[in-house]
Design a protein around this ligand. Structure first.
Ligand SMILES: [Zn+2]
Length: 85
């Protein structure tokens, strides 16, 4: 039956999170990853580190990249200007 081989979206994928699992810092807004002094697109980092081949998952720390921080500051400034007008 063809439906038996269909992708099961509710299946639980087992993974291991260990203390020694690699840790990366990602921007909470755009998901770019801080690596070697620069913000890199997540897909590029995943391909470079080949994390999909690891038994354990990557530990993620959250941050805000410089681009998203600037956009947030500008948006807040424009919103406060609009409220003052
Ligand atoms: Zn960002």
């Amino acid at each position: 039956m063809p439906g038996e081989r269909a992708h099961n979206r509710t299946r639980v994928i087992p993974f291991q999170l260990r203390q020694r699992s690699p840790r990366l810092v990602a921007c909470s807004v755009c998901l770019r990853v801080w690596e070697e002094g620069a913000w890199i697109e997540a897909g590029e980092v995943i391909c470079r580190l080949r994390t999909f081949e690891h038994d354990d998952v990557v530990r993620l720390g959250s941050s805000l990249c410089d681009r998203c921080e600037m956009e947030l500051r500008l948006r807040r400034r424009s919103e406060s200007d609009a409220l003052a007008a």
